[in-house]
Write a protein that binds this ligand. Sequence first.
Ligand SMILES: [Zn+2]
Ligand SMILES: [Zn+2]
Length: 262
Amino acid sequence: MWGVHYAALASGSKGNCHALSDGERTLLVDAGISLRQIHRRLEAVGWQGGSIQALALTHEHSDHIAALGVILRRTDWTILATPETRQAAERAKGIEIPAVRWLPLEAGRPVTWEGWRVLPFALPHDAADPVAFRVEVGPLACAIVTDLGHPTALVADHLQDLDLLVLEANHDVDMLREGAYPPHLKARILSRVGHLSNASMAALLGRVYSPRLKRLVLAHLSEANNDPGLARFAAEEVLRGTSVALHVAQQHIPLLLPLASV
Ligand SMILES: [Zn+2]
Ligand SMILES: [Zn+2]
């Protein structure tokens, strides 16, 4: 059997999409690239995780829901979202998520999906009701955490005892400050409800590292305001002396990681 796998299909300001499978079924987290690209990239990494059955939405920004309209028309996937994110996504896309396709979420309350435990939790980000996900598949615990302005205690609480952590490392503060972005955009990204810097990522990682952690994937890197080497370096400082495997998710090249062979 293929076992539990994770794939970063796309990560960055031009689109985000993550896939998780137990070898029989696949859950996507966000769909910020086209449905065609989702299928192409799964094929490119040799995905054998069974058919996609559901899509969990973190929030309604376009780099997370771009394919939602097509997905509603062309697939029968269940959509996991909080009521506020459902409504904001419907408004942003001019679409309707039918009640029969919708599995309602509430931050802080775990739901059971196909035997998995899916726990959405609140993030500080400038969207209607942004969440991140902790997903437990059998004995494995994973979390996908991007689009947060700063690392809160609540976020840290949800990242204890993980096997896999996918964590935002959006920007290097100096690169952003000195870069070409207009002042209002710099202010938005740097704000308490913007995006996580390399330094804040490292601080959060230091709070949640446990010997159980096997893989760290740095995600949602800004192409303009970060350098993968800088993000890696910030994480390596925290992980020195540990056996954690460090990866960087990319915008255009998918990444496949085995979590366990069953
Ligand atoms: Zn985003
Ligand atoms: Zn966002």
